[in-house]
Design a binder for this molecule. Structure first.
Ligand code: SF4
Length: 127
Protein backbone atom coordinates (compact mmCIF):
# COMPACT_ATOMS: atom_id res chain seq x y z
CA UNK A 1 0.00 0.00 0.00
CA UNK A 2 1.27 3.42 -0.84
CA UNK A 3 -0.01 6.88 -0.04
CA UNK A 4 -2.94 8.40 -1.89
CA UNK A 5 -1.80 10.10 -5.08
CA UNK A 6 -5.01 12.14 -5.42
CA UNK A 7 -5.70 10.47 -8.77
CA UNK A 8 -9.40 11.08 -8.17
CA UNK A 9 -10.55 7.67 -9.38
CA UNK A 10 -12.53 6.97 -6.20
CA UNK A 11 -14.37 10.31 -6.16
CA UNK A 12 -15.17 10.11 -9.86
CA UNK A 13 -16.05 6.41 -10.05
CA UNK A 14 -19.73 6.18 -11.07
CA UNK A 15 -20.37 2.81 -9.41
CA UNK A 16 -18.92 3.94 -6.10
CA UNK A 17 -20.62 7.33 -6.20
CA UNK A 18 -24.04 5.97 -7.22
CA UNK A 19 -24.16 3.59 -4.25
CA UNK A 20 -23.20 6.07 -1.53
CA UNK A 21 -25.35 6.95 1.47
CA UNK A 22 -24.73 9.48 4.24
CA UNK A 23 -25.13 8.42 7.86
CA UNK A 24 -27.38 10.10 10.42
CA UNK A 25 -24.17 11.34 12.07
CA UNK A 26 -22.95 12.88 8.80
CA UNK A 27 -26.22 14.77 8.36
CA UNK A 28 -26.25 15.92 12.00
CA UNK A 29 -22.68 17.18 11.69
CA UNK A 30 -23.46 19.06 8.48
CA UNK A 31 -26.47 20.72 10.13
CA UNK A 32 -24.35 21.80 13.09
CA UNK A 33 -21.72 23.12 10.68
CA UNK A 34 -24.42 24.81 8.59
CA UNK A 35 -23.08 23.05 5.50
CA UNK A 36 -26.15 23.70 3.36
CA UNK A 37 -23.86 23.36 0.32
CA UNK A 38 -23.46 19.67 1.21
CA UNK A 39 -26.94 19.05 2.60
CA UNK A 40 -28.56 20.16 -0.64
CA UNK A 41 -27.12 17.01 -2.26
CA UNK A 42 -28.61 14.60 0.38
CA UNK A 43 -31.98 13.04 -0.32
CA UNK A 44 -34.24 11.94 2.57
CA UNK A 45 -35.34 9.53 3.88
CA UNK A 46 -32.52 7.20 2.76
CA UNK A 47 -29.84 9.90 3.00
CA UNK A 48 -28.83 9.13 -0.56
CA UNK A 49 -25.72 10.87 -1.95
CA UNK A 50 -25.21 12.70 -4.31
CA UNK A 51 -28.57 13.95 -5.61
CA UNK A 52 -28.67 17.00 -7.85
CA UNK A 53 -30.66 19.78 -6.14
CA UNK A 54 -31.74 21.08 -9.54
CA UNK A 55 -32.73 17.90 -11.42
CA UNK A 56 -33.23 15.35 -8.62
CA UNK A 57 -30.97 12.93 -10.50
CA UNK A 58 -28.09 11.03 -8.95
CA UNK A 59 -24.69 12.50 -9.77
CA UNK A 60 -22.04 10.01 -10.87
CA UNK A 61 -19.10 11.87 -9.35
CA UNK A 62 -18.60 13.77 -6.14
CA UNK A 63 -19.75 17.37 -6.66
CA UNK A 64 -17.00 18.57 -4.35
CA UNK A 65 -14.00 17.13 -6.17
CA UNK A 66 -12.07 19.36 -8.54
CA UNK A 67 -9.25 18.59 -10.94
CA UNK A 68 -6.31 20.94 -10.61
CA UNK A 69 -5.78 22.92 -13.76
CA UNK A 70 -3.10 21.34 -15.92
CA UNK A 71 -2.43 18.49 -13.46
CA UNK A 72 -3.72 14.97 -12.94
CA UNK A 73 -4.48 15.74 -9.31
CA UNK A 74 -7.91 16.05 -7.76
CA UNK A 75 -8.69 18.13 -4.66
CA UNK A 76 -11.63 17.44 -2.37
CA UNK A 77 -13.22 20.60 -1.05
CA UNK A 78 -15.05 18.88 1.82
CA UNK A 79 -12.15 16.76 3.02
CA UNK A 80 -12.47 17.74 6.72
CA UNK A 81 -16.15 16.83 6.87
CA UNK A 82 -16.39 14.18 4.16
CA UNK A 83 -19.06 11.48 4.51
CA UNK A 84 -18.32 8.46 6.68
CA UNK A 85 -18.33 6.22 3.61
CA UNK A 86 -15.40 8.24 2.26
CA UNK A 87 -13.61 8.18 5.61
CA UNK A 88 -13.89 4.38 5.56
CA UNK A 89 -12.48 3.97 2.05
CA UNK A 90 -10.97 1.50 1.18
CA UNK A 91 -12.77 -1.46 2.70
CA UNK A 92 -10.64 -4.13 1.03
CA UNK A 93 -8.56 -5.01 -2.02
CA UNK A 94 -11.65 -5.66 -4.16
CA UNK A 95 -12.95 -2.23 -3.33
CA UNK A 96 -9.66 -0.69 -4.46
CA UNK A 97 -9.51 -2.75 -7.63
CA UNK A 98 -13.06 -1.69 -8.48
CA UNK A 99 -11.97 1.94 -8.67
CA UNK A 100 -8.44 1.22 -9.94
CA UNK A 101 -7.02 2.90 -6.84
CA UNK A 102 -3.44 4.10 -7.17
CA UNK A 103 -2.63 3.15 -3.57
CA UNK A 104 -2.87 -0.57 -4.30
CA UNK A 105 0.44 -2.28 -4.94
CA UNK A 106 1.19 -5.76 -6.30
CA UNK A 107 0.79 -8.37 -3.59
CA UNK A 108 -1.32 -6.22 -1.26
CA UNK A 109 -3.87 -8.22 0.74
CA UNK A 110 -6.89 -7.34 2.84
CA UNK A 111 -4.66 -7.56 5.91
CA UNK A 112 -2.46 -4.83 4.40
CA UNK A 113 -5.55 -2.71 3.78
CA UNK A 114 -6.73 -3.12 7.39
CA UNK A 115 -3.27 -2.24 8.73
CA UNK A 116 -3.11 0.76 6.43
CA UNK A 117 -6.51 2.02 7.56
CA UNK A 118 -5.57 1.50 11.22
CA UNK A 119 -2.62 3.83 10.63
CA UNK A 120 -4.80 6.55 9.15
CA UNK A 121 -5.57 5.08 5.74
CA UNK A 122 -5.80 7.02 2.53
CA UNK A 123 -5.05 10.29 4.15
CA UNK A 124 -1.26 10.15 4.07
CA UNK A 125 -1.45 12.63 1.24
CA UNK A 126 -4.08 15.19 2.16
CA UNK A 127 -6.92 15.48 -0.36
S1 SF4 B 1 -7.82 6.93 -2.62
FE1 SF4 B 1 -6.92 5.79 -4.39
S2 SF4 B 1 -8.38 6.18 -6.07
FE2 SF4 B 1 -8.81 7.72 -4.50
S3 SF4 B 1 -7.56 9.49 -5.07
FE3 SF4 B 1 -6.32 8.29 -3.64
S4 SF4 B 1 -5.05 6.94 -4.91
FE4 SF4 B 1 -6.72 7.71 -6.21
Amino acid sequence: MKACTQCGRCCTNPHFMLTMLATVEDVGRWYLQERWDILQYVEAPLLDLWISPTTGDEIARCPFVRKRRGQDIYDRRIYETRPTVCQNYPLNVSHMKAVDCDMLEDGDTNVDVRRFMARGGTETNQK
